[in-house]
Structure formats: structure tokens, C-alpha cells
Design a protein around this ligand. Structure first.
Ligand code: ADP
Length: 408
């Protein structure tokens, strides 16, 4: 059974084709610079575990042409992975914002599309492109079910005390201004993996997931359900990130406007694109910042201190909110690969029962692995995230429901 996962951006389409029997990736790739003079297509096939990458440069006028070319690559008689696009039974779409309507994945129908459109003001860069991806896939894969998997859905279990802002009520009631959280599919995937690993009844568990990529976020997960998360109405809130500020005094934008005469657009650009690691250390790439820090660069040292301090602050807050902690889970580019960041985050936390095994922490393996000391009260895990597989699994689960309904 084959499921295609699509992440549609404004000028790109990322795709992964899974064989669901063994959760294996058959092909994956990306069509970039759609609509420009020449688009770039990177297509990988996995042959006996080896990734074979091919690149194509060609004109791709729009998303329909982009996805048609992907189908051509998938069904190519010589190198293709499938004979016919009809073999794809479900297409799972990453949709950034599901607002308060969706706390789980849904099969797309007209109502779902209307809701995704309604939510565009909350995700102006993403929801339009995600919707476009769905509409194009409906045309190209008419026999497959289309499934929307929302990045906000996992966080919908948060209690009001976590998701409400202390603003006048009508801003929530009329404008739906509240915290939604992002990276939900990643937090859901790694927390489910961790809950299998920690050997504790789910209902009785308290874990913190730490997603550290270009964007960074954390979630407090009690009894398997998200009770708090660091991103808010937008992905700008919470931890310090590659180029985003994370939490800052909300009066700073007023100051920038009145004192420096900056426009909303300029402030938006500065807080989202020129801040975070980049603003302090001059690079948004954690590897560069760590290298500069090792070379004694003062700004890089400060950037890492600030980055780690914020993660620690959220760990403390979440332990207090959940009334305890069983496990911490690190994931995404930095969380999976930087033993130094993990070490610094867990440093001096033995009094909370968090004790790393330095040797295990330094091992480099792209698999789920524990890195805590034998006597650590709190378990610490590295779990490689796999948002695409989570989207594919949730899509397949819905296929089951649709099939059952049509049978009974
Ligand atoms: P995205 O949010 O774009 O999916 P990723 O999850 O791929 O991002 O994470 C990107 C970040 O991971 C970058 O800051 C990069 O420097 C960092 N990273 C990747 N490998 C390493 C490594 N070995 N050590 C430290 N940081 C790393």
C-alpha cells in the first residue's frame, strides 16, 4: 500500500512516497523555483538502502506541472518505482494551520478546504500554498483519498490556561487570537516513539519534547497529551531560533516603531529573519555558531548561552506545570546531531533528576537512543523526527475508516 506525502510551499513541492507495509521510503524529492524561468527538481530513489539522487532543470510553470512531472518520475518505465499513479491510495498533505477546528487529521472535502482558506490570516505564508497542493493533488490523483494533517492539531489538547493570552476576551472570541503551537506533527511523532520506549503507563507519564531545527519549539506532554507548547499564535514565540527571536518583551516592536521609525514590515522582517542565532552570532546555522564558539568568538559564546538558557527555562516551567518529569526527548537537526547542545541543556540539572551519560551522548547514530546515566531519574532520549512518516501513517489510518464505512 503506497502513500504519497506532500508538503506544498508557495514555489515548491516536497514529496515522499512510502510503502506502508514496512514504512519504507521508496522515493522522495523536491520541485523548487516553480514559476521561475527554470525550476530545479531533485529526485531520490532508494535502491537496496542506497540513496540515488538525480537532478533535473526544466521549466515548471505551476504546481500542476510540478506534480505531473513528479508522477512522470514515479512511473517512468525504466527507473520508475510504480507502474501507475493509481497505486497511490492516499495523499497526505502537511497543512500548517488547522485553527481550533482540527485536533486530528481529516479526509479533505469542500468543508475542510473552506476552513483551511478561512485560516489564511493566521498562516498567510503557508495555508494558501498547502491548499493549492491539495487542489492540484485532487486533480492528479482522483482515485486517492486526500488527507490534511495539521501542524497545530497535536497542541489542541492544551487547556485554556495554556493557550489563552491575557488580552481582552473579544480578541479570542472574535479574532481567535490564542496560542496554537507549531511543529505538532514532529512533537506527536517523537512523543509517541518515546512513550513506547520509556516503559511507563501513558496515562501516568510526563515528558518534554524539544524540537531544535531552524525553527525551535518545546512541548509539555502529560498522559500522552500536549498541555503546553512554546510557540504561540505564530512560530515566532518561545525559544531562540536560527533567525527568530522567540519570546521578547512585547513592547519592543512599539519601541522600534516610535524610536527608530521602523514600519510593521521592517519589524516583522527583523524579528523573523534577522534575529536569533543570526542576530547575535552572525549565522543561523548552529554548526557555524558552535565552530565560532570553539574558536573563542565572544558573540557565538553569548548566542549559545542564550540559546541554552531559554531551553532550560522552559524545562523548569514544564516540570512545574506537569508536576514531574519522566523523560526529555531531543529531536530535529540540532537536537539529533549536536551532543554539545544536549550536554549544555542537561548540565547542572542533576538536582532535578536529569543526568546525562556523556559517552552515550557523544555517540552518533541516526536511531532512537537513550543518553541518560543508569541512575538518572529522568530518562533522556534522542529520537529522530519523521514528520512525513507520521503524515503517511495518519493518512493510512483514515483510509481504513473510509474503507470500513464503504464496506458496512
Ligand atoms: P529545519 O527546521 O529547516 O527542518 P533542521 O531540522 O534540518 O531544520 O535543522 C537545521 C539545524 O540543524 C541547523 O542549525 C544546522 O546547523 C543544525 N545541525 C545539523 N547538523 C548538525 C550538527 N552535526 N551539529 C550541530 N548542528 C547541526
Amino acid at each position: 500500500m503506497k502513500v504519497l506525502v506532500i508538503n506544498s510551499g508557495s514555489s515548491s513541492i516536497k514529496y515522499v512516497l512510502f510503502e506502508m507495509q514496512d514504512s519504507k521510503v521508496l522515493t522522495k524529492g523536491i520541485v523548487e523555483r516553480i514559476g521561475e524561468a527554470s525550476a530545479e527538481v531533485t529526485h531520490s530513489v532508494f535502491l537496496k538502502g542506497e540513496e540515488v539522487k538525480e537532478k533535473y532543470e526544466r521549466e515548471v510553470a505551476n504546481h500542476v506541472e510540478g506534480l505531473e512531472f513528479v508522477v512522470h518520475l514515479l512511473t517512468d518505465s525504466k527507473k520508475g518505482i510504480i507502474h501507475d499513479k493509481g497505486e497511490i491510495v492516499a495523499v497526505g498533505h502537511r497543512v500548517v494551520h488547522g485553527g481550533e477546528h482540527y485536533n486530528h487529521a481529516v479526509v479533505v472535502n469542500d468543508e475542510v478546504k473552506a476552513r483551511i482558506e478561512e485560516l489564511i490570516p493566521l498562516a498567510p505564508l503557508h495555508n494558501p500554498a498547502n491548499l493549492q497542493g491539495i487542489e492540484v493533488a485532487e486533480k492528479i490523483f482522483p482515485e486517492a483519498i486526500q488527507v490534511a494533517v495539521f501542524d497545530t492539531a497535536f497542541h489542541q489538547t492544551m487547556p485554556a490556561a495554556s493557550y489563552r493570552y491575557p488580552l481582552p476576551n473579544e480578541l479570542y472570541e472574535k479574532e481567535k487570537i490564542r496560542a496554537y503551537g507549531m511543529h505538532g506533527t514532529s512533537h506527536e511523532y517523537v512523543s509517541k516513539q518515546a512513550l513506547h520506549l520509556i516503559d511507563k503507563p501513558v496515562d501516568d507519564s510526563a515528558i518534554i519534547t524539544i524540537h531544535l531545527g531552524n525553527g525551535c519549539s518545546m512541548a509539555a506532554i502529560k498522559g500522552g497529551k500536549c498541555v503546553d507548547t512554546s510557540m504561540g499564535l505564530s512560530p515566532l514565540a518561545g525559544l531562540m531560533m536560527g533567525t527568530r527571536t522567540g519570546d521578547i518583551d512585547p513592547s519592543i516592536p512599539f519601541y522600534l516603531g516610535s524610536k527608530l521609525n521602523m514600519s510593521f514590515a521592517e519589524i516583522d522582517q527583523m524579528l523573523n529573519k534577522e534575529s536569533g542565532l543570526k542576530g547575535i552570532a552572525g549565522s543561523n546555522d548552529m554548526r557555524d555558531v558552535l565552530d565560532k564558539r570553539s574558536a573563542g568568538d565572544k558573540e557565538a559564546m553569548l548566542a549559545i548561552d542564550m540559546y541554552v538558557q531559554r531551553i532550560k527555562k522552559y524545562i523548569g516551567a514544564y516540570i512545574a506545570e506537569m508536576g514531574g518529569l519522566d523523560a526529555i526527548v531531543f529531536t530535529a537537526g540540532i537536537g539529533e546531531n549536536s551532543d554539545e547542545v544536549r550536554r549544555l541543556v542537561c548540565e547542572d540539572m542533576a538536582f532535578l533528576g536529569i543526568d546525562l551519560d556523556e559517552k552515550k551522548n557523544r555517540e552518533r547514530k541516526a536511531v532512537n537512543r537513550s543518553i541518560h546515566a543508569v541512575n538518572s531519574k529522568v530518562q533522556v532520549w534522542v529520537v529522530p523526527t519523521n514528520e512525513e512518516l507520521e503524515i503517511a501513517s495518519q493518512s493510512r489510518a483514515l483510509l481504513g475508516q473510509v474503507t470500513q464505512k464503504s464496506v458496512h
